[in-house]
Design a protein around this ligand. Structure first.
Ligand code: HPA
Length: 268
């Protein structure tokens, strides 16, 4: 058991979260939907990262959503902060160590589809790693050779589609391409990503998916579209826009995730 798992196990006490949710840029508003919340700063957990990005606060929250215990990770660290693609490894490893089998990753992303504009939520069905990095580089042993086929769990995705339908949320879906950032893409890179089959671009999530699969977690992932990719209709994305547009999707994200959790059956 890692020291982080040990610390979290003590802190959780009797709570047995059924799902972990990693909250992306300015999606922290979801945390307000948690009943009986208890909060532990990342600083209190051994080897947990210290997110340095505004809009990412760094707290573990446990509480109830729709009557089920859920663990929220509010704030993530990104590989672009110090070049470490495995910066979230202690977090993902701790989730597995705690026996949490499902993780929902959320992020803010730029859309490559003019018809899917700011404020829309996109279900991630697959990804393209354009970063040149991989969080498993440097790991020894055969467990590093993780299959990425079906990385985004089909049954959890079905649960998110059903939740969106029940909440009358127009859920987009598509392929997310990971650029390292922190600079935004050029218009030429955005055209390239589109040509390669991506529907959205962002600077996170993919390394966490790889780590989650490494540790046997089932993954669901959602992007909040905060802008159109650079150059599409003259778009020139900014972090300020990511934060303000991301926050505007809080109400829809909260309804979607609450319904998803409510209908999360043990088979899913
Ligand atoms: N590119 C990369 N990351 C992002 C974007 C984008 O356009 N929007 C929000 N995060």
């Amino acid at each position: 058991m890692t020291p982080a798992t040990d610390r979290l196990r003590h802190w959780l006490g009797d709570a047995r979260p059924e799902l972990a949710v990693i909250l992306g840029s300015s999606l922290g508003g979801l945390a307000d939907a948690v009943a009986n919340a208890r909060v532990l700063p990342y600083a209190g957990v051994p080897r947990f990262p210290r997110p340095s990005v505004s809009g990412h606060s760094g707290e573990v929250i446990v509480g109830d959503v729709a009557g089920r215990s859920v663990l929220l990770l509010k704030g993530r660290a990104h590989p672009y902060e110090d070049g470490d693609a495995a910066v979230m490894r202690p977090v993902i490893e701790a989730l597995a160590g705690l026996g949490i089998r499902r993780v929902l990753l959320t992020n803010a992303a730029g859309s490559l589809l003019p018809a899917v504009g700011p404020g829309r939520i996109m279900l991630i069905t697959d990804h393209i790693n354009l970063s040149g990095m991989n969080p498993l580089i440097g790991e020894a042993g055969d467990e590093r050779f993780v299959s990425m086929t079906g990385a985004y769990d089909a049954s959890l995705a079905e649960g998110l589609r059903a939740a969106a339908k029940a909440e009358a949320i127009d859920l987009a879906e598509g392929v997310y391409a990971w650029f390292s950032g922190p600079s935004f893409e050029t218009p030429a890179e955005i055209r390239m990503a589109r040509t390669l089959g991506a529907d959205a671009v962002g600077m996170s999530t993919v390394p966490e998916t790889i780590l989650a699969r490494r540790f046997g977690l089932r993954v669901a992932a959602l992007s909040v579209i905060t802008n159109l990719g650079a150059g599409i209709g003259g778009a020139s994305p900014s972090h300020a826009e990511t934060k303000s547009e991301g926050a505007k999707a809080t109400a829809d994200m909260t309804r979607l995730v609450t319904r998803f959790v409510q209908d999360l059956d043990h088979g899913r």
